[in-house]
Write a protein that binds this ligand. Structure first.
Ligand code: NDP
Length: 291
């Protein structure tokens, strides 16, 4: 039986509508809209595209978005000064620095500099610590978006064996923590994992966040499994996921397409985090992306 294709665009539209509603209510209560600032260093075309997409989505949700593009040779001290300024600016609820940044800049220093209350990417050590501890805080957008998709699709998480392929700070590690918090039994795989195909075949939920086009083949998938393809790989043949989609669709129970699966959820969650940041800074405690 062919897999149910999980429509990430529709799921993201649902969350974005919820954010737009919450934003209008916030504005009515506080007389201002939540503010999001995107910082880009250099003129990498992919970063440009991502930043423009985020700003447009924030505007559409009724937020006030601002983009700052700094020259590629910006120093850490210059970037720190801008972050400090935005940390102190009461009209700014969230900020993010588009990754990757040029070599002279440190992602670690950036994550440490952004005030945790304004860290809408969820990469600040304090927010990652809150995630480990199970306390409320900004969640990394991509894995949080995956949880939203699994829930919308009706995939049973509790007690399931989830295999997360990839252990990055942005996707794999927080993904494993979120699945664990929902009582999945989680295995994290990476480039040194032995017999990855056999491990993947034991997964009820398989999350691929590797960055290798179509590495995960159809015969690596347990029949009926939920397969979440986080990968975005630009190839000569076009955009490809980390999963061989046509093969997976024959075996899996659920499958996210690339594009149109996880990607749209990442931006939707960024908006949810921005609204939540504004609410928390105003002393409120609603979690927009929660059930
Ligand atoms: P990273 O490069 O940071 O991490 C990749 C992970 O995959 C590493 O843990 C690495 O292992 C592991 N890996 C690499 N090769 C293999 C292999 N042959 N077998 C098993 N594991 C392997 O990538 P990200 O987590 O940032 O991104 C992963 C993918 O997701 C990319 O395609 C990226 O474009 C996409 N992405 C999509 C987003 C979206 O919105 N949909 C958002 C963020 C990312 P090791 O640690 O051992 O090196």
């Amino acid at each position: 039986m062919a897999a149910t294709i999980i429509d990430g665009k529709a799921a993201a539209a649902e969350l974005r509508a919820r954010v737009a509603e919450g934003t209008a209510e916030f504005r009515a209560r506080h007389g201002r809209a939540p503010g999001l600032v995107g910082i880009q260093v250099g003129d990498d075309p992919a970063s440009e595209l991502y930043q423009a997409g985020k700003a447009k989505a924030a505007d559409e949700a009724g937020m006030i978005s601002r983009r700052v593009v700094l020259p590629a040779e910006t120093t850490q001290a210059e970037l720190d000064a801008l972050i400090d300024e935005l940390n102190a600016d009461d009209t700014v609820d969230g900020m993010l620095v588009q990754l990757p940044v040029p070599d002279q800049l440190s992602e670690v220093l950036i994550a440490n500099r952004i005030h945790p209350d304004k860290d809408v990417d969820g990469f600040a050590p304090i927010n990652l610590g809150r995630l480990v501890r199970g306390e409320p805080g900004a969640l990394p957008c991509t894995p949080a978006g995956v949880m939203w998709l699994l829930d919308r699709a009706g995939v049973e998480i509790e007690g399931a064996h989830a295999v997360v392929v990839g252990r990055s700070l942005i996707v794999g590690k927080p993904m494993a923590l979120l699945l664990t918090a929902r009582s999945a039994t989680v295995t994290v795989a990476h480039s040194r994992t032995r017999d990855l195909p056999a491990l993947c075949r034991s997964a009820d939920i398989l999350v691929a966040a590797v960055g290798r086009p179509e590495m995960i083949r159809g015969d690596w998938i347990k029949p009926g499994a939920a397969v979440i393809d986080v990968g975005i790989n630009r190839t000569d043949a076009g955009l490809r996921g980390d999963v061989a989609g046509d093969e997976a669709a024959e075996v899996a129970g659920w499958l996210t397409p690339v594009p149109g699966g996880v990607g749209p959820m990442t931006i939707a969650y960024l908006l949810a985090n921005t609204l939540d940041a504004a609410r928390r800074r105003a002393g409120e405690d609603t979690e927009t992306g929660d059930e």
